[in-house]
Design a protein. Structure first.
Lengths: 295, 330
């Protein structure tokens, strides 16, 4: 017993935190990827998350199959990302780091309103797929199957992204583009296309986290608004532009939320921002942030 | 890298430029004249009061954004704490309206000092994210303190019906009286603001915006200057918040949300970053679009978002900034 809670309960809440953190991890990876390469802070990231949830609900209504929706949603949201990068963000390169940020902020208004017009103001629901309903016994207690799936699936996506970036030819180009875009350009690689693809991957992963979160929390046009602030916290805590940092910080934030909920449910949101303040005081560049990565 | 809109110093002085220079010298007087006649230009007076207050809010924000080159997404925290502190002082503790304004401004200044100390540790693009996150911490914190702030229902009952100035009892519920009482505070603030910009301190701000490294090399304490600017900016926005609490008689919890910070960003950019008069033009434009569009459709934010995107892409100088630029180029 610790503070009136059994060890089993604490352990179970820890797993809950990891499941919650999985969504944060995916969100932060998308943000971090786009920032690391394009030097763009995507203020529409929460909106892409929300659009992902809506696209998921829409496709589920069309096909009746969660798994099909899960595969197609990130592709469609990533496709939207392609259009946004090509026609809205690209004209702003070289005009100062604040402009893409301001643009994506305006874009988030447009995306939220567009969804309100298309799907209405009231919330929608995406049912948990039948295969993932119920709970399993983890030895410490019963745990919802869908949340276990969330942890495993996020692990798979993170591993796939890591393999893509660290072990493939395309990943090599992306990493080279992050460290020196001019040299990459000189070597005959169309860097603009690399940026386009990275923006699409980042927003696609945001869309994926949207459909994954949908069965847990319901789908509303405003669901991306608080998520953006939380994704920022994760990125600041983990260190901007670091994949490993996003994973560690995402899980950490998820666990902090779950543990605070156990003691004082009302203070869960405040706790994650306090965590960020502490990290800023102790280590302003984040857990895994590069020393020079703050400029 | 810089987001400047007003630098005529390297152009050859022509007659227009000289005229502009003299206008710049009298910018406070000219702005005041505009604000004095504003109620007659607007469809109704409550809108004029909104423009006045949100203009002051955007002006305070512009000190950090346009003049120093720091993009903050946390200024809602100052507008909000200013409004809540003023509102609580009046509604809960029965302190007079003037005391409420002083307390509101003081609490916002303190909030800015705490947030500033944390946020100034980061640079560049991090600053926007950190200020946003810190302001959301204030939002959730006050949201939970229901006994003090009314939680999600907001703070109600900030009723000020009459105010006494120099023995005169003025009916504050009369929109015209309300406008000119608020203007007295706004005018004082922008006069001080104008003095600040004209001082050597104002020149240091410009130096930091144009080239931070060089300013540092010249021996200026960049970090401390940024902190001081952030606090002054917070104080101005806190005053705007306190006035808004008196104006609306309530403080909605959304005042603290980062979307309200985004409003300051939008108004400053629409009007003209780093221009003295721009924030008021930006506030007037934003609120008029909102007023007109929301009477026609529920989805007015669609228009606001698209117009903002259009300005970022094609008119980053903003309305007033573009006019100034055009005049300078003649």
């Amino acid at each position: 017993m610790i503070g009136g809670f059994t060890l089993d309960l604490i352990a179970l809440q820890l797993v809950t935190g990891v499941a919650l953190g999985a969504i944060y991890v995916l969100l932060a990876i998308g943000l971090s990827l786009i920032f690391g390469l394009l030097n763009v802070v995507n203020f529409a990231h929460g909106a892409f998350f929300m659009v992902g949830a809506y696209v998921g609900v829409f496709l589920f209504g069309l096909t009746g199959n969660f798994w099909v929706s899960l595969v197609i949603t990130p592709l469609m949201v990533g496709g939207l990302g392609l259009v946004v990068e090509r026609f809205l963000v690209r004209p702003l390169y070289g005009r100062g780091i604040d402009y893409p940020l301001l643009l994506t902020f305006g874009l988030s208004y447009v995306m939220v309103e567009a969804v309100r017009i298309t799907f209405g103001l009231t919330g929608l629901r995406l049912p948990t797929p039948p295969e993932l309903r119920g709970a399993v016994n983890l030895g410490i207690g019963y745990f919802p199957l869908y949340r276990l799936f969330l942890i495993a699936f996020t692990g798979f996506i993170v591993a796939a992204l890591w393999y893509f970036i660290e072990r493939t030819r395309y990943g090599l180009i992306i990493r080279a583009g992050a460290s020196d875009p001019e040299i990459v350009q000189v070597l005959g690689i169309d860097i603009a296309r690399v940026w386009l693809v990275v923006f699409a991957i980042g927003t696609g992963v945001a869309g994926l986290s949207g459909i994954l979160a949908a069965p847990l929390q319901g789908v509303t046009p405003e669901m991306g608004v608080p998520v953006l602030a939380e994704a920022f916290v994760v990125t600041v805590v983990g260190g901007m532009g670091s994949l490993g940092g996003a994973v560690i910080a995402g899980l950490l934030v998820g666990i902090v939320v779950a543990m605070t909920s156990l003691v004082a449910p009302d203070m869960a949101k405040v706790a994650i921002f306090t965590l960020m303040a502490v990290v800023l005081l102790v280590r302003p560049r984040g857990i895994m942030g590069r020393a020079g990565g703050m400029g | 890298m810089s987001l400047t809109a007003n630098s005529s110093r390297d152009t050859v002085p022509g007659s227009t430029t000289l005229w502009l220079e003299s206008a710049r010298k009298h910018r406070f007087a000219l702005t005041l004249v505009f604000l004095l006649i504003l109620p007659w230009l607007m469809p109704y007076e409550a809108l004029a009061v909104n423009i006045l207050i949100m203009g002051l809010y955007a002006l305070g924000f512009n000190l950090v954004f346009g003049y120093t080159g720091l993009l903050s997404f946390g200024h809602a925290a100052f507008l909000g704490t200013g409004a809540y502190a003023c509102g609580i002082a009046i509604a809960t503790y029965g302190i007079g309206w003037f005391g409420g304004i002083v307390i509101g401004t003081a609490v916002a200044t303190l909030t800015a000092a705490v947030m500033g100390v944390l946020a100034i540790r980061t640079r560049g693009i991090y600053f926007a994210m950190v200020t946003l996150a810190l302001s959301m911490c204030v939002y959730y914190g006050l949201y939970q303190m229901q006994w003090l702030t009314g939680g999600e229902n907001g703070l109600r009952g900030v009723n000020v019906k009459t105010i006494s100035v120099l023995g005169l009892e003025l009916p504050f519920i009369n929109p015209t009286v309300k406008y000119y009482v608020v203007l007295a505070f706004v005018a004082t603030a922008i006069w001080l603001f104008s003095r600040l910009l004209a001082s050597p301190f104002g020149a240091v701000l410009e130096a930091i915006r144009e080239n931070e490294e060089r300013a540092k090399a010249c021996g200026y304490d960049v970090a401390r200057t940024k902190l001081v600017v952030f606090i002054i900016s917070g104080a101005i926005c806190g005053l705007a918040g306190a006035l808004n609490a008196l104006h609306l008689s309530i403080v909605p919890i959304e005042t603290l949300h980062y979307t309200t910070s985004g409003q300051a960003v939008m108004m400053a950019l629409l009007g003209g970053m780093g221009t003295f008069f721009g924030p008021f033009i930006g506030a007037a434009t934003f609120l008029l679009i909102q007023d007109v569009a929301s009477s026609m459709t529920n989805h007015w934010q669609l228009f606001v978002g698209m117009i903002f995107i259009g300005f970022v892409l094609f008119f980053p100088r903003g309305i007033w900034g573009s006019i100034l630029h055009w005049l300078e180029g003649r």
